[in-house]
Every structure is written in C-alpha cells, then in structure tokens.
Ligand binder design. Structure first.
Ligand code: ZN
Length: 262
C-alpha cells in the first residue's frame, strides 16, 4: 500500500476511536443529571411527608385549643345557670351548654382523626427516609462508576489526541483537507476497503481496472468510490488477514499506531 494511503488509514483508525470516545463522553453529563434527579425525587417524597406531618401538628394544636375554649364556655354557662331566675333563661343556657358540648365532641373527633393520621405520616416519613438513604447509596456507587468511566474515557481521549497529532504529521496538508472533508460527509469514515471487488462501505462495484491500478506497487494515485466518494484502499489477500487483524486491533484498543509500511 502506498505510504499516503497507509498514513490515512492509520489516521482513520485513530479517528474512529476518537469518535467512539467522544460519544461516550457526551453521555456522562446526562447520566449524572439523571442520578441527581432520582435523588431529588426521593427527597421530594420525604419533604412532602414531613410537610404533611407539620400541617398535622398545627391542626392538632388548633383542635386542642378549640376543645379547651369550648370547655371554658361550658364552665361559664354552668356558672351562669346557678344564677338564673327564670326557666326560660335556664333552658337557653342549657341549650348553649349542649351546643358547646357538641362542638367539643366535634373538635375531639377531629383531634382523634389527626392523631391517627399523624401515625400514618410518621410511617410515611420513616419509609421515605429509608428509601432516600437507599437511593443515595445506590447513586453513590453508580456515580463513582460513572466518574471512573469518565476518567478513563478522558485519559483515552487525550492519548488518542496525541496519537492523532502523530498520525496527521505524516499526511500532506492538502490530502488532510481532502480527508477531513470526506470524514465530515460520512460521519468519521473517509476510507473504504475494496472487498470482493466492491466498496466496503457502500457496496458499489469497483471497476477491475481501478483495482489493478490500486495494486500497482508504484502507484501514487488515490482512487475514490464513484458512489460514496470515499477513498478506496486495497489489501492484498495474501497479507490481508494479518493486516486486517492489526487494523481491527488498532480500532479496538491496545495499540494506537500501526507500522508505517507501504
Ligand atoms: Zn462507496
């Protein structure tokens, strides 16, 4: 393979991995936001339960005061009863006492209801508190995994950026511009291998005389797929398996540079 083409292929191996790392990095903020949202949702449940309990305590105090004030009135009416002179006044006061006692009963009923509700709110607060603690613990673990993944991806990114700088150093500027244009058009993949006389990217037939030209050792011309315009490269079948293995290894991870042989 001619040197320029091999250099571009090395560059492409780096760029494919860079794209992968970039898309992984782009997902981390969303993961962290979602984690925060899960904790916030659990806090809302706890806060709602606590607010209900606060309102309940307030209501209970009010009903307790109601009971006390109605009891005061009953006492007053009873005091007055001993002083009245007429039956009519007596009956009127009796009526007031009955009314006040009904109010006491109502307030006591409401108080009892609130006391029962209060127990339920206590249970809800305890459950919401336990759920929040559990979610916080789960999210802490999740978060540290995400942060570790992000750290690894950032490290990989800076290594790949360095590898890219090395790879582009060997590529003439006009060829690099050309490559970058095709990369933009094809979402990061500018080169396509000719396989079974077809463009490995879009599957269109590559004419035999083009393949013949590409196989000439002294050729320095670049050939493009007539359909997708990607730069074509050809790996001789005899060494194809070895080269393909080194290429896929470069894409998969361990080595970022392949030997520069033409
Ligand atoms: Zn093509």
């Amino acid at each position: 393979m001619q040197k320029n083409l091999q250099n571009l292929l090395d560059l492409q191996h780096v760029d494919v991995r860079l794209n992968d790392v970039r898309s992984r990095l782009a997902k981390f903020p969303k993961k962290l936001t979602e984690s925060d949202a899960r904790i916030a949702a659990a806090k809302v449940i706890l806060d709602t339960s606590k607010a209900a309990q606060v309102a309940n305590v307030k209501d209970r105090k009010k009903y307790e005061l109601d009971v006390e004030s109605w009891k005061d009135r009953v006492r007053k009416y009873r005091d007055q009863t001993s002083q009245v002179k007429t039956n009519e006044a007596y009956r009127a006061l009796q009526h007031e006492v009955e009314m006040a006692e009904q109010e006491i009963a109502k307030a006591e009923d409401r108080l009892l209801e609130q006391m029962v509700a209060s127990e339920e709110y206590d249970r809800r607060i305890k459950a919401a508190d336990a759920a929040l603690k559990e979610i916080e613990q789960t999210e802490r673990v999740q978060r540290s995994t995400v942060e570790a993944d992000r750290g690894a991806a950032e490290k990989e990114m800076s290594e790949l950026n360095a590898a890219r700088a090395r790879a582009v150093a060997d590529v003439p500027e006009n060829l690099l511009d050309h490559y970058d244009r095709i990369v933009k058009k094809h979402h990061g993949v500018a080169l396509a291998e000719v396989r079974d006389e077809k463009c490995g990217a879009c599957g269109m037939i590559v004419r035999p005389h083009v393949i013949q030209e590409m196989r000439r050792a002294d050729s320095d011309q670049l050939f493009h797929c007539e359909t997708c315009t990607r730069i074509l490269y050809y790996i001789e079948p005899s060494i194809g398996s070895a080269s393909a293995a080194s290429a896929s290894q470069a894409v998969a991870g361990s080595s970022t540079s392949t030997p520069h042989e033409s």
